[in-house]
Design a protein around this ligand. Structure first.
Ligand SMILES: NC(=O)c1ccc[n+]([C@@H]2O[C@H](COP(=O)([O-])OP(=O)(O)OC[C@H]3O[C@@H](n4cnc5c(N)ncnc54)[C@H](OP(=O)(O)O)[C@@H]3O)[C@@H](O)[C@H]2O)c1
Length: 327
């Protein structure tokens, strides 16, 4: 397979993780652009990146870049995605890929028109464990899926200017951590939910601090998600079937799951892949998709999750500043 040339836009904490994943597999990033140029310079120095762009326009115009990894705050994604796609770049964009379904549909249309891969960097879609569990579930050996239960809680200090709480940076539990829970749910459900209800408690800044979500699809598969930005919860997913249940801890990058068979209480541990390689699996799947050798980026699931999040926020009457302006 061809080796693709990557550039990163944004060089904060998750971009460092991606750069380290590349580095530990003997790969280099070709260029970096960032709002604060000095941070891009220092990022380039750390990872031996040859090009530091003066601005994003120079990055988009660079014919020697194939794939852009976008790791800026949520509210900036749509604008950068559209620019990158118009310039013929494939894009791997950090979660949440856009603010809402409308923005995602626009980016998807651009990607399709230009024959480009557009994907959300949702690690769990690329973990070998999830691929193995999905095959097992589809084999029917556990019976029919009945219920998925998800938790995700982070304790974030009440810093209303941080990207977690700041509405101007599209903060809030749903887009920051709910997207993981809903992606997990979507991975296992046989079809997307058509019934969506929820409860929300807002942070002092006005973004969603806590939420409880209840979903059901036409097959009657039920799912719940409990989110909090101000209370640690175990990142636990439970997927229950007629004949047993799967439990997964630290699910976004999990390498192990336990299956309990309810008839006799027998437990089986399934171990597959390595948490430390989470971003590397994502990079490999992205390059495979770009090469045209299969597409495991699951933009279809991303779109279903975005649709659910959009419906939830509409039902709350909660929107971000960007959603009030016409672009
Ligand atoms: N997949 C995962 O496991 C994971 C984990 C964490 C975060 N994320 C996602 O990754 C993205 C970034 O998160 P992070 O934790 O890396 O954030 P971070 O450490 O705060 O870094 C944010 C980056 O975006 C830039 N930036 C900030 N505001 C901007 C603006 N208005 N316009 C353009 N650039 C701006 C910053 O530039 P400066 O240098 O100028 O500040 C910095 O390079 C978010 O979408 C987040 O949800 C994903």
């Amino acid at each position: 397979m061809e080796t693709y040339r990557w550039a990163v836009l944004g060089c904060g904490s998750i971009a460092n993780e991606l750069a380290q994943a590349m580095q530990s597999h003997g790969r280099a990033i070709s260029g970096v652009a960032n709002r604060t140029h000095a941070n891009a310079v220092s990022f380039a120095k750390t990872y031996g990146i040859p090009k530091v762009y003066e601005n994003t326009a120079d990055l988009f115009a660079d014919k020697e870049i194939d794939i852009i990894y976008l790791s800026t705050p949520h509210n900036t994604h749509s604008q950068y995605l559209n620019e990158a796609l118009r310039h013929g770049k494939h894009v791997l964009c950090e979660k949440s890929i856009t603010l809402n379904s409308e923005e995602l549909a626009q980016a998807k249309a651009l990607a399709e028109q230009n024959h480009l891969i557009l994907a959300e960097a949702m690690t769990l879609y690329h973990m070998p464990l999830y691929k193995k569990l999905q095959t097992l579930v589809q084999s029917g050996s556990l019976g029919s899926l009945r219920v998925v239960q998800m938790n995700f809680g982070s304790y974030r200090e009440y810093d209303m200017g941080s990207r977690f709480y700041n509405p101007a940076l599209a903060g809030g539990a749903l887009l920051d951590i709910g997207v993981y829970a809903l992606s997990f749910i979507r991975w296992f459900l046989s079809e997307t939910p058509d019934q969506v209800s929820s409860q929300v408690k807002y942070a002092p800044s006005g973004v969603d601090e806590q939420a409880g979500i209840l979903l059901m699809n036409p097959a009657g598969e039920l799912a719940t998600a409990t989110l909090s930005l101000h209370a640690k919860q175990p990142k636990r997913g439970t997927v229950s079937f007629d004949k047993g249940y799967i439990e997964i801890y630290d699910y976004p990058r999990a390498q192990q799951a336990t299956i309990t068979y309810t008839e006799d209480g027998r437990q089986e541990t399934i171990a597959c892949g390595d948490t430390a390689d989470a971003l590397w699996y994502e990079i490999c799947d992205m390059e495979q998709a770009v090469s045209g050798m299969g597409n495991e980026m699951h933009l279809d699931y991303t779109a279903d999750v975005m649709d659910v999040m959009t419906k939830i926020r509409k039902s709350w009457g909660f929107s971000y500043p960007e959603e009030h302006t016409t672009r």
